[in-house]
Write a protein that binds this ligand. Structure first.
Ligand SMILES: C[S@@+](CC[C@H](N)C(=O)[O-])C[C@H]1O[C@@H](n2cnc3c(N)ncnc32)[C@H](O)[C@@H]1O
Length: 139
């Protein structure tokens, strides 16, 4: 089945109430590892693409500035319930990961857990993640 943004908004409206108890719960070791590998330092800016319900929030180190983007207002509403996070500054935006409304190289790191398998154009999402986190010409 071909994914579309509209389809994902519909599906994640259904998932939002039960996501943390089901899917969100199963991937803890991978989430921990991803954040370990990034070795985020206080003051750094991290972009969470397809942030969902904010399942990664508790793992963000102190002193981090984070921006979470998701297409689903329902998933973002669940993420918002987890804020504020003591010692971390988190902003949430509704938007499309295939066309991020962020400036080039605005972030030190990007976390995009479990989004590439559901987004319509994974290559566009990866290009946008690179653009958001590295200075490069010709994006
Ligand atoms: C499987 S969930 C993963 C959520 C979270 N990253 C996690 O690890 O639990 C996939 C998320 O991608 C979001 N998503 C799907 N298409 C998107 C798009 N075009 N732009 C931004 N977010 C999108 C969905 O709304 C959903 O919240």
């Amino acid at each position: 089945m071909k994914m579309t943004n509209r389809w994902n908004q519909f599906i994640y409206r259904l998932w939002a109430p039960v996501y943390d108890m089901t899917v969100g719960h199963f991937f803890l070791p991978g989430r921990v590892r991803a954040i370990e590998v990034l070795n985020l330092q206080p003051g750094e800016r991290v972009l969470l693409v397809g942030v969902g319900t904010g399942a990664d929030f508790p793992l963000l180190p102190q002193g981090i500035q984070a921006v979470g983007v998701d297409i689903s207002a329902d998933m973002l509403a669940k993420a918002r319930q987890k804020l504020p996070l003591p010692g971390r500054e988190v902003t949430l935006l509704q938007g499309d990961a295939q066309q991020l409304l962020v400036e080039e190289a605005a972030f030190d790191a990007v976390i995009f857990n479990l989004i590439l398998s559901v987004i319509p154009d994974g290559a566009a999402c990866l290009r946008e993640n690179l653009r958001a986190s590295s200075p490069a010409a010709g994006w």
